[in-house]
Design a protein around this ligand. Sequence first.
Ligand code: CU
Length: 148
Amino acid sequence: MAFASRTQITFSNTKQINLTTKEYQMKKTLLNLVAVCGFSLMAVNVYADQRTMGMDMAGMKMDSMPANPTSATALSDGVVKAVDKENGNITLKHGRIKSATVEMGPMTMPFVVKDKALLSNVKVGDKVKFTVENINGEATVTILFIQK
Ligand SMILES: [Cu+2]
């Protein structure tokens, strides 16, 4: 009787070890997956950097790290030079920009907008206050106010 139960215990221990090995394999696979994903994210960032350099915007900095939501994002001043409501683009002659993820000096450049609705009332010549964040490597206007 005592022998039988000991055998049973040994069996369940073996089963436990097998399960643990399987879990270890799964974790390893997951880690490899994470490594692959991390690499493609890096590739996207390199692509974004090249585009930024292509735009020849001196002093522009776009962090690849996600924004710290508690960082203060100041509104920047801009004048609307062009609006493409269909594609969600706006060209702004802007002052200094310093947000949690984007930093640049004054220049005129196109931006994508986070939400096309931001462009519903803007027109060329409007003075605006806005913020820009790096969303998937693109300088994206997230807030836009028309100054009266
Ligand atoms: Cu710029």
